[in-house]
Design a protein around this ligand. Structure first.
Ligand SMILES: [Zn+2]
Ligand SMILES: [Zn+2]
Length: 150
């Protein structure tokens, strides 16, 4: 049995980020067709709005993930990435933590639902899942939650 991924009928295209940037990087997905239908339009809309607030060069380090890839890399079970509702972002060239903190505040401004900051990985996670939560991952990989609101 194949569990084919959910597709969004009301999908939109990003104005700033090419589709390739969101594609699952695993071997299995490499030669598979990938379309905007796999990405929640709310994610794209907020991501574009975020981009418009800053002149930083934003880079997507992780977008859509198939379930297998998500498990392989130790992603959270049923992660928002597997539903096309999340991206991990960094700034290139990366300067220092204050830039990442600034990005976190911009993500707050455009009202992403879940926002996480990973200082040692130099990324922030932004999602439009049903959970409103804020967290930080420390050096030991432990998640520290500011709040979780389901
Ligand atoms: Zn994959
Ligand atoms: Zn993430």
């Amino acid at each position: 049995m194949t569990n084919s991924p959910f597709k969004y009928v009301n999908f939109i295209q990003s104005k700033y980020f090419p589709l390739e940037n969101f594609k699952c990087p695993c071997e299995k997905c490499k030669n598979k067709e990938f379309t905007w239908e796999y990405l929640d339009p709310k994610l794209i809309q907020k991501l574009d709005a975020l981009k418009e607030l800053t002149s930083y060069n934003l880079v997507i380090t992780s977008g859509y993930r198939c379930e297998e890839h998500n498990t392989q890399i130790g992603g959270e079970w049923k992660s928002a990435h597997t539903r096309g509702q999340a991206v991990d972002l960094t700034i290139q060239p990366y300067t220092d933590f204050s830039a990442l903190r600034y990005l976190f505040m911009l993500a707050e401004q455009v009202k992403f639902h879940g926002i996480g900051i990973y200082p040692h990985k130099r990324i922030i996670h932004c999602d439009v899942s049903n959970r409103f939560q804020r967290w930080r991952q420390n050096r030991q990989g432990v998640y520290i939650y500011l709040f979780v609101d389901e």
